[in-house]
Design a protein around this ligand. Structure first.
Ligand SMILES: Nc1ncnc2c1ncn2[C@@H]1O[C@H](COP(=O)(O)OP(=O)(O)O)[C@@H](O)[C@H]1O
Ligand SMILES: CC(C)(COP(=O)(O)O)[C@@H](O)C(=O)NCCC(=O)O
Ligand SMILES: [K+]
Length: 248
């Protein structure tokens, strides 16, 4: 019988999980913190729990206690100096959000090619990995929801409704200016990073997109995103090789 694994990606907005038996995904979902106990329903035959978390230590303690109360010891992934051919550019890798490292390792493992890894969650992160697996650094930018919050809290008169179409067409009312503007900023960042990477590592990278707002970013980018690759579970895909070793 293949080992039953529960994999968790704990971000600043939500907790994504999936259950696997060997290579088959048997169940998956997205939870708010307040719904953690609903995982009870899938834990029965789980043998290992692999976690990538960018939450604070007190939240991680809650996770540890939750699983240990059910006879499981959660294994937390850490950002590393290297994982197989993938080499981290950070001098102090402990400061890198592990979600970024997991996504880079997963992208390089799948594509073995230069990748611009784009994770669109609470924050949008961009990380450049060369065709040899060398990380050349990256960027951290407020994500789409955080951009809206910044405009709401920092202005008196930028007030807007829910998003309509996902597009970067110039807006002619405040609602459009704000929503289209947020995508323009984020897509502009992807495009600029891609150009910069082509010059820096002398290779045109694959653009690999993940994160809760990844599909919306691609929709807003329209035909510009025709050659972008969407991998919803990229961070989860990195957990097994980062925790068990590249060759596992
Ligand atoms: N069903 C959803 N629930 C929550 N956020 C969603 C959902 N679908 C898209 N989003 C978008 O995804 C962003 C959060 O992405 P997510 O990957 O959950 O973030 P994090 O990894 O930081 O927890 C939100 O800002 C929101 O714009
Ligand atoms: C940049 C992030 C907040 C992204 O997290 P997310 O949007 O997935 O919640 C996370 O990777 C993080 O907390 N990073 C620590 C700083 C760093 O990576 O340098
Ligand atoms: K992110």
């Amino acid at each position: 019988m293949a080992e039953a694994l529960l994999e968790l990606d704990v971000g600043n907005s939500s907790l994504k999980w999936r259950k696997r038996c060997g290579v088959s995904v048997v169940d998956s979902g997205r939870l708010a913190w307040s719904e953690l106990a609903s995982l009870d329903a899938v834990l029965e035959d789980v043998q290992r729990v692999l976690v990538g978390s960018v939450a604070g230590e007190s939240s991680n303690e809650i996770l540890r206690d939750y699983f240990s109360g059910r006879g499981l010891q959660a294994e937390f992934a850490q950002s590393q100096v290297v994982c197989g051919p993938v080499k981290n550019a950070y001098a102090d890798v402990a400061r890198m959000g592990v979600d970024r490292w997991l996504a880079m390792v997963a992208a390089f493992r799948e594509f073995s090619a230069a990748c611009l890894v784009v994770d669109v969650g609470t924050a949008l992160t961009l990380d450049m990995v060369s065709g040899e697996g060398v990380h050349h650094g990256g960027y951290i930018i407020p994500g789409p929801q955080m951009m809206l919050q910044a405009l709401l809290s920092g202005t008196d008169r930028v007030r807007f409704a829910e998003e309509g179409a996902q597009t970067i067409a110039p807006g002619v009312i405040t609602d459009e200016c704000v929503h289209h503007g947020k995508w323009l900023a984020l897509i502009g960042a992807v495009s600029q990073a891609r150009q910069q990477m082509a010059a820096l590592v002398d290779e045109a990278p694959l653009v690999v997109v993940a994160g809760g707002a990844g599909a919306a970013l691609i929709a807003a980018a329209g035909s510009q995103a025709n050659d972008w690759i969407y991998r919803e579970d990229l961070v989860l895909d990195g957990l097994y090789p980062v925790i068990n070793g590249w060759s596992a």
